[in-house]
Design a protein around this ligand. Structure first.
Ligand SMILES: Nc1ncnc2c1ncn2[C@@H]1O[C@H](COP(=O)(O)OP(=O)(O)O)[C@@H](O)[C@H]1O
Ligand SMILES: [Mg+2]
Length: 223
């Protein structure tokens, strides 16, 4: 991709589960260095769209391009943390890169520092809070030098304080590092931290743009 192309690009993408059409010639673009959110009712296809962007599913039609490497953060961090301790988990994600031990240590320490977890480098995973586990999953992506972060309802299992702390942290990372992020949520207060939002309905993006406007609109619909 050229320096001017969007970091996340989806054009006329269609996807069906068996005979159920979930995405119907759906398109969206996120400019490089921006933090966008994806909204939509339950079952509207948000997770399917993220899995297509992450290459976990193949579209039946359309074009998908994303910056690389790409990091994925799931709703439940217990599904993606695999090693017994914080430092080992981040290092494990670097195995494929054939780095020296010194390089691995530098990458792990830098990534943990970026999410304020460096002091917990030796802590067992089971002793972390939900919010710390999500920050650890993000550190894994930072250590691999991810250019794009896809986050599927990462705050769904968090208490309100860690929820807002996590969204603020991701915004800081995006702005400090030029990362591009797409964040799925149904919590309207998180929109305050985004640069823009997409509303998915009936297989398509039916509205997009200013997060405050979308927030107002959805609040009215829900009240
Ligand atoms: N593995 C699957 N097999 C069959 N149908 C699925 C599968 N995953 C999701 N679906 C269906 O696809 C639609 C969109 O699901 P999903 O992308 O999970 O929506 P959302 O994340 O917006 O709640 C739903 O109707 C859901 O039942
Ligand atoms: Mg989902």
């Amino acid at each position: 991709m050229s320096a001017f192309s969007p970091a996340i690009y989806l054009q006329d993408v269609s996807f069906s589960w068996q005979h159920h059409l979930v995405l119907d010639a759906c398109s969206l673009e996120v400019p490089k260095g921006e933090f966008w959110m994806l909204l939509g009712t339950n079952g509207s296809g948000k997770s399917t769209l993220l899995k297509l962007l992450g290459g976990l599913l193949k579209p039946q039609a359309g074009v998908i391009q994303t910056g690389q490497p790409l990091g994925f953060v799931f709703q439940n961090p217990d599904h993606q943390l695999v090693m017994p301790t914080v430092g080992a988990d981040v290092a494990f994600g670097l195995v494929a890169e054939n780095l020296s031990q010194t390089q691995v240590r530098q990458r792990v320490e830098e990534a943990l520092a970026a999410v304020n977890l460096l002091s917990l480098i030796r802590r067992p995973i089971y002793a972390l809070s939900g919010g710390q586990k999500q920050r650890l999953a993000i550190a894994g992506a930072i250590a691999r030098h991810a250019q794009v972060l896809l986050l599927d309802e990462p705050t769904a299992l968090l208490d309100p304080d860690s929820q807002l702390e996590l969204v603020a942290q991701v915004r800081r990372l995006v702005k400090q590092r030029g990362i591009t992020a797409l964040w799925v949520t149904h919590r309207l207060e998180e929109l305050d931290y985004s640069d823009g939002a997409f509303l998915l309905d009936n297989g398509n993006v039916v509205d997009q743009g200013d997060p405050q406007r979308l927030q107002q609109q959805l609040k009215t619909l829900r009240s």
